[in-house]
Unconditional design. Structure first.
Length: 359
């Protein structure tokens, strides 16, 4: 928009108000509320897999089989009515390349975290092939996600570059955005001079027990703890907390992360990259999706530690968090990752590249 282009942001109805508040023209593209729980109900064989093995099947079934058809139905009239000359979409939005193909315009995909393994995206592409065929189009490899350009938001220092199946790649820095969320940070009322540890397990895989285990482990350290549980967990379900621990439903991460010494999380890409951009060491407790990839990347870079679901008991979490706070090497490595992110080009610098793709 700042470059003089007409932009329309299509998003589920529940997000329309937030986008509009940011001053961006927006259209409601249905209101899907589909997640991993629906995949488990529709495809119970997923439950028989180990947590680390589930993401490949869940990604294909969730974004290919369950989400893409209703998304496509919603997006087609919006894009046609807008007269789009370029489509830019999340790299898991498999309806977008089909919409672009029908309009005869390019489709650029933007990563949301690490570039996914080839087999995972290929499997999702197979799931959406019937959608291409139903519209008289030849199905594209990987669902068309990589046909034009892939905007890679993952920092080189985390050493997970896209594979050779991603032909056209452009790095792009992804800046954190919390909209008009309150900037105030509710703080624990005790130990004001101790390091602040931020704990979140995200919203998609919200489960009381992993949060409780992590919270109890961190409460046993000589730190302050601020935990957010989202809408899926009632803070009261975690029981009374000591004065150096505070549990909230939501706190803007752009406000809390600059105050932290350590982030303990599920390893979701939003939290992982936001914390990495600030040079914070991280403890990842991955539950699913791309979280295992983030956990491996941070550990491999020396910028954090990770514990799989089978490893993440209270003692292990407490010991790992204590190491991350005490050993300077983790912070040094985390700052290297932050420098890698800072060196990536911001979106505004890529406008000429995107302009060159339009007819």
């Amino acid at each position: 928009m700042a470059a003089g282009h007409e932009v329309l942001f299509a998003t589920p109805a529940k997000a329309v108000a937030a986008v509009a508040a940011a001053g961006v023209p927006v259209a409601a593209a249905g209101d899907p509320d589909t997640g991993p729980a629906e995949v488990l109900r529709e495809f119970p064989e997923v439950a028989s897999l180990e947590p680390e093995a589930r993401p490949e099947l869940v990604f294909a079934k969730l974004f290919g089989r369950l989400v893409a058809p209703p998304m496509l139905e919603a997006l087609e009239p919006i894009a046609a009515g807008h007269g789009a000359e370029l489509v830019i979409a999340d790299a898991a939005a498999f309806a977008a390349p089909i919409v672009a193909a029908r309009l005869g315009v390019p489709c650029v995909s933007k990563g949301f975290g690490p570039a996914l393994p080839e087999a995972r995206v290929a499997r999702a592409g197979d799931e959406v092939a019937p959608l291409w065929e139903a519209r008289g189009l030849e199905p594209r490899p990987y669902g068309g996600i990589y046909d034009t350009l892939f905007l890679d938001v993952y920092p080189p220092a985390l050493d997970r570059p896209p594979g050779p199946h991603v032909a056209h790649v452009q790095a792009m820095r992804q800046d954190a955005f919390d909209g008009d969320a309150p900037a105030a940070v509710p703080s624990p009322t005790d130990r004001g001079d101790r390091p602040l540890v931020y704990l979140t397990m995200g919203t998609v895989f919200a489960d009381t027990e992993p949060m409780r285990i992590a919270l109890d482990a961190l409460a046993g350290l000589d730190v302050r703890v601020l935990a957010t549980v989202g809408s899926g967990i009632d803070p009261e379900d975690l029981g009374p907390q000591p004065a150096h621990v505070r549990v909230e439903r939501f706190v803007a991460q752009t406000a809390v992360l600059p105050r932290c010494a350590l982030v303990v999380s599920h390893g979701g890409s939003g939290t992982t990259l936001a914390a990495a951009a600030l040079g914070l060491p991280q403890l990842c407790l991955p539950q699913g999706a791309d979280q295992f990839l983030n956990a491996d990347a941070l550990s491999g870079a020396g910028a954090g530690l990770s514990l799989t679901p089978g490893q993440a008991d209270g003692e292990a979490i407490g010991n790992a968090a204590a190491r991350l706070l005490a050993e300077p090497s983790f912070t040094t490595a985390a700052r290297t990752v932050a420098a890698s992110i800072a060196a990536m080009p911001p979106p505004a610098e890529l406008i000429p590249l995107l302009e060159g793709l339009t007819p």
